[in-house]
Design a protein around this ligand. Sequence first.
Ligand code: TPP
Ligand code: MG
Length: 365
Amino acid sequence: MEIQRYVPTQLRPARQMRADLQQIEQASSLDGVGELRSVGEVSLYGPGEKAELLDLYRQMYLIRRFEEACAENYSKGNIRGFLHLYIGQEAVAVGVMSVLRPGDYVVTHYRDHGHALARGVDTNRAMAELFGRKTGLSKGKGGSMHLFDASKRFMGGHAIVGGQLPLAAGLSLSCTYKGTDDIAIVFFGDGAVNQGTFHETMNLAAVWKLPLLFFLENNFYGMGSAIGKVRAGGTDFYPMAESYGIESVLVDGMNVLEVREVMANAVGKMRAGGGPQFIEAKTFRYVGHSMADPARYRDDSELAEWMEKDPLKTFPSLLLARGAAVESDLEAQRESVHQEVSAAVRFSEGSAKPSPHEIFDDVYA
Ligand SMILES: Cc1ncc(C[n+]2csc(CCOP(=O)(O)OP(=O)(O)O)c2C)c(N)n1
Ligand SMILES: [Mg+2]
């Protein structure tokens, strides 16, 4: 089977991406987003889709601001326990969710705030969960790592590395069993690929042709371990899917439009009964593994290089350069996000904590 590398918009070094942006900026006579197509590579969009592009920006900004507020409230003692921030990886969650339908299942690991928000969970209830309040998505008893919202088919938030993969296989089996063309998507990190559950799930998904999308967010580190040092076979994972007969692609996880494009392609094949797909996004978390991690194991220059591709900078620059938005459009999105996050913090502060006698409610064994 031929490995399908994502050719038109494959990973490019930061300097190449800057050159692309420059090229776009120079093409100032073009004034509609739709004309991006003639410049190549950049967009799926036609004219008149400004609102949709702005919404992608808004969602990425919401995740960023929400998590900054999490860090602030962790320092104040309002959020306790583990807190794993997603800052830097926003383009992945937003690009992915923009393609899904309400009937699709989403399963993820403990670095779950971005996935939950992009899936459309209520911001107040997400924040309240982190605060450990009754009004939270999991009634304040799950915390940061266990955001759930069955009404959005957002099935967690799982703390055991690799533990979410077989659960997602079961959900995808339910989609075929019921005769729908819904799919399940499972997010996992580079660290999960060395787990047995990953390989068992890949095998079963291929054998049973499950509508399961394996989405690897390769941020190059599992806690303090550089993936190149702890994985035989190097830092590219996508070729490995071939050994299971699963089609795989590589995408730039810092580019929301590219993520959206590979997702649309993969999901289309899955809904048509094509079986599982595998997508690897190269991305980077700007902060430590958790709040307790000062990330001394990596070089500042490595971080700086990734931050040059920061989707919260490159994407709005692209929109401005292409005339898809003006500065006041972007400012309006940021302003409404600030209000939404401040309101979520106030909502959480004002919510009650669960009482001790509720501790065994909703527990199944
Ligand atoms: C089975 C298991 N082993 C070890 C851990 C401890 N642990 C928590 S996160 C983590 C690293 C996982 O890294 P990765 O999958 O790359 O995800 P990232 O944190 O980079 O998003 C480890 C080893 C765990 N939670 N579960
Ligand atoms: Mg990782």
